[in-house]
Write a protein of this length. Structure first.
Length: 337
């Protein structure tokens, strides 16, 4: 049975399919699904003092979701997701990483998991991550994104209109090759928040996150707290979102206010997006993050799409003098299964 399952998984990962996920194993109590993405991308940027203005931003991502019934209303779950990247023309610079790897329990009201997972604040930070290409993300916000050693609780209440989420992260090494006897750093965190959805398309959310970090090299530590508030509205093909961020550091410097705004409109197979991301840091005269992106995506079917995005970057970088970074043009073909 194990050999048969392995062969099935390998074949399923190689053969294109029209399904959103591939069910590779299922019986009365167990299920394993495979999914993935091939993203072939090119970035053009008029870089200063570099020999090439273009580079690759391609990757292949694949993952497995597994579940097993333990009782009438209780199941075990496992999730792993890997990514293999090609950033330039050298095989030596191709990298791989584990994006997600967690296990836990779930029932009708929610789930409890532990491992490498999205932090609780991602429940609303993801609303502003609406661009068409791999450029997107949350460069202005102080959200944690994916983290190791996350104990995460997710619950649904009030006929699924209210989603609550919380996580606790014990002390975790930022550089696993180092420890307290050498250089490196560690981080622990906690977060809680929720989202309430109304029947007319409006969602409101808020999270509070605390981060405790220690730098062994500098023999220093600091605490950081971040409050995110967000709103999202959906009406037919239109989706508009805004996420605000207020972050305080106990060092008294580098506090910031930030927000990210996104607008997306879909008409048949074509989707247009506008995103704006800004962070105003106390001790920096100009916005430390100031990015605007205009994107288009044409979706041939639910598996394949062509995407492009033009990113206007108006933020300073320090290199003997304050200069402006260059705008970017992203182009990609994306296949999901």
């Amino acid at each position: 049975m194990k050999k048969t399952l392995l062969v099935t998984v390998i074949l399923a990962s190689l053969v294109p399919t029209a399904q959103a996920t591939v069910n590779v194993y299922k019986d009365d109590a167990n299920q394993v699904d495979l999914y993935g993405r091939a993203y072939a991308a090119y970035i053009y940027e008029d870089g200063k003092d570099v020999k090439s203005d273009g580079r690759s931003d391609s990757y292949f991502r694949t993952g497995f979701k597994a579940s097993s019934n333990l009782d009438d209303d209780l199941s075990a779950l496992g999730h792993i997701e890997m990514q293999f990247e090609s950033r330039d023309n050298s095989d030596a610079n191709s990298t791989s990483k584990t994006r997600l790897m967690y296990a836990g329990l779930k029932n009708d009201w929610g789930q409890l998991t532990f491992g490498r997972n999205y932090a609780a604040d991602e429940i609303i930070a993801d609303w502003a991550d609406a661009g068409t290409t791999n450029y997107s993300g949350n460069p202005a916000l102080g959200n944690l994104g994916r983290q190791a050693n996350i104990l995460k609780l997710e619950a649904k209440m009030l006929d699924d209109n209210l989603n609550l989420v919380a996580h606790v992260q014990p002390e975790s090494s930022v550089d696993t090759s180092k420890d307290k006897s050498g250089t490196g750093s560690s981080q622990s965190s906690y977060s809680l928040g929720g989202v309430y959805g109304f029947d007319f398309g409006l969602e409101l959310g808020a999270t509070y996150t605390g981060v405790m970090a220690e730098n062994y090299t500098a023999n220093a530590d600091y605490d950081r707290s971040t409050i995110l508030v967000a709103a999202r509205y959906k009406l037919k093909g239109l989706t508009a979102s805004i996420v605000g961020d207020s972050t305080d550091n106990d060092t008294g410097i580098n506090d910031w206010m930030a927000y990210e705004f996104s607008l997306a409109y879909s008409l048949d197979k074509l989707t247009g997006t506008v995103t704006y991301k800004q962070r105003d840091t106390d001790n920096i005269s100009e916005n430390s993050v100031d990015q605007t992106a205009l994107g288009l995506a044409y979706q041939f079917n639910k598996n394949f799409r062509l995407v492009t995005e033009y990113v206007i970057i108006d933020e300073p970088i320090l290199d003997n003098a304050i200069v402006k970074t260059e705008d970017q043009w992203h182009m990609a073909a994306r296949y999901d299964f």
